[in-house]
Design a protein around this ligand. Structure first.
Ligand SMILES: Nc1ncnc2c1ncn2[C@@H]1O[C@H](COP(=O)(O)OP(=O)(O)OP(=O)(O)O)[C@@H](O)[C@H]1O
Ligand SMILES: [Mg+2]
Length: 470
């Protein structure tokens, strides 16, 4: 099983989603905060301009326009400004001025101001270190002239902006939590939870992949998560199939070893007994005894190889130059009994044709293929049944043809007959003969194919290339 790093509270997908939502909502709040604080400053200044204009109007209304110092400072204090002047036409009229207004440090013109040009001055005010006197120019709201200019201290503006900012900040925090919570809950439901279901299932499945109950059941979603669920499901099902096959093959391998082991012991006893047959004088016994002994020797050798070399793999071929005609005679000799009198076994191979192959393996290939043909013919006997093997050489490649008069290869297995365990339901075989033959030929660099198959018979073609010259 793969080691999965332990999930820290915020390292998981939901923690990341939560952090990101908070960050982005905060960013949104800041973007809204900047213009609103700028707007607050402009409105605050405009209020003071309106108050100053009323104050100026009041001063003008005094008899002879003479206002004493006390009244003047009361009016100015009431409007929150240090001085007011109004321009009428080109004439500048200073209407009201305090006793010690001081020096104006900066002038702001509110006429035609855009919001984005007011953001920087607003931020500036928030970070003021000391009070300063500023002057502000605007159109007079009551239209007593063309322009009105006031002088005032910035400190009160800063205080108002700070308390406004704090109020907004408090509200923003509450809103961010609500919005972040909502977004988080939605994302969690739509993305995080389904993703976690998939990753949890992967770990659960990896623990015991052979358990069919642990295969994920896909939901009805049609988005990427739905696709991931379907793909995962397909992969898990496929993996289980492969695992089952592997388990079956492993069990089979063990069974083969056991069978080989005990079979070898039984055959060894048979070999000891058959050795004695050599001394029997009967001519039939004299004729068959050596063949029986070779067959037994071959079987014991083969079982020993299977046991020592491993279960599933064949030994690499030990190639030598063989006379093909003789090999086929050998094969026919051992199968003649099984073929009986009704099936003619015809060795059509010219005596001069040589094969460059592992003797035992070539015998096994030809025995398997000929036995298949015999079994096929037995399933539908007819007069004149025969199995004919012929061969030809061409540019360093030996071509062997095996032709039978059987009923043809059943269509259901035609496409996969060279794979292991593919057998016609009623043949009673294991379905290994062709797979073994194909594997042995491949180890020689050769191949096997069905050249023709119909109810008139089957033709198999084998190629067996010579070893390249050293
Ligand atoms: N010459 C043939 N004519 C018709 N059918 C054939 C022929 N050779 C093979 N077959 C079909 O191919 C199937 C697979 O053959 P294969 O030799 O691999 O397995 P098997 O003969 O069933 O079992 P075993 O492992 O004992 O040989 C056979 O069951 C048979 O139906
Ligand atoms: Mg067979």
């Amino acid at each position: 099983m793969v080691d999965v790093p332990k999930r820290l509270p915020l390292a998981g997908l939901s923690g990341k989603v939560l952090l990101l939502t908070i960050v982005f909502v905060m960013l949104g709040e800041i973007l809204i905060f900047l213009p609103s604080i700028a707007n607050f400053r402009v409105q605050w200044l405009k209020t003071h301009i309106a108050q100053a204009e009323i104050a100026a109007l009041a001063a003008e209304a005094a008899p002879g326009q003479i206002v004493d110092a006390d009244l003047r400072s009361t009016i100015l204090r009431g409007a929150g400004v240090e001085a007011v002047s109004v321009m009428r036409g080109d004439k500048r009229q200073l209407v009201l001025r305090g006793d010690h207004p001081g020096m104006v440090e900066e002038t702001f013109d509110l006429r035609g101001g855009q919001y984005y040009t007011t953001v920087l001055p607003a931020l500036n005010v928030m970070f003021l270190q000391s009070d300063r006197l500023i002057s502000v120019i605007d159109k007079p709201p009551a239209m007593t002239g063309n322009t009105i200019e006031i002088a005032l201290h910035e400190w009160p503006l800063r205080d108002a902006m700070l308390s406004y900012g704090l109020r907004i900040l408090g509200l923003s925090i509450v809103l961010s939590f609500i919005v972040a919570g909502l977004i988080f809950a939605a994302l969690n439901r739509v993305l995080v939870k389904p993703m976690r279901r998939i990753s949890d299932n992967m770990m659960h499945f990896a623990d015991r992949p052979e358990d069919p109950a642990r295969v994920i059941s896909p939901t009805m979603r049609s988005d990427e998560i739905g696709i991931a669920e379907h793909e995962l499901n397909a992969m898990q099902v496929q993996l289980q199939g492969l695992l089952q096959q592997k388990t079956r093959l492993a069990a089979l391998g063990l069974a083969v070893s056991k069978v080989s082991h005990d079979l070898r012991n039984m055959l060894t006893s048979a070999q000891l007994i058959s050795d004695r047959l050599g001394s029997v004088k009967d001519p039939t016994v004299q004729r068959f005894a050596p063949k029986l002994i070779t067959s037994l020797d071959r079987a014991i050798l083969f079982l020993n190889q299977t046991l020592t070399y491993g279960r599933a793999q064949e030994l690499p071929p030990r190639r030598e130059i063989l006379m093909l005609h003789d090999i086929i005679e050998d094969v026919f000799e051992t199968l003649r009994f099984q073929a009986g009198d009704a099936i003619a076994l015809v060795d059509d191979v010219p005596r001069t044709i040589k094969a460059d192959a592992d003797r035992e393996q070539l015998i096994r290939i030809l025995t398997n293929l000929t036995r298949n043909a015999i079994q096929a013919i037995e399933a539908r006997p007819a007069t004149g049944d025969e199995i004919r093997i012929s061969a030809a050489r061409e540019a360093g490649v030996l071509h062997i043809t095996i032709k039978d008069s059987g009923p043809g290869i059943p269509p259901v297995i035609r496409n996969k007959m060279f794979e292991a365990f593919q057998t016609a339901a009623r043949s009673g075989g294991t379905g290994l003969g062709l797979a073994i033959s194909a594997e042995l030929l491949k180890a020689h660099g050769g191949s096997i194919r069905v050249a023709e198959t119909s109810e008139k018979g089957t033709i198999l073609e084998l190629t067996l290339p010579d070893r390249p010259a050293p």
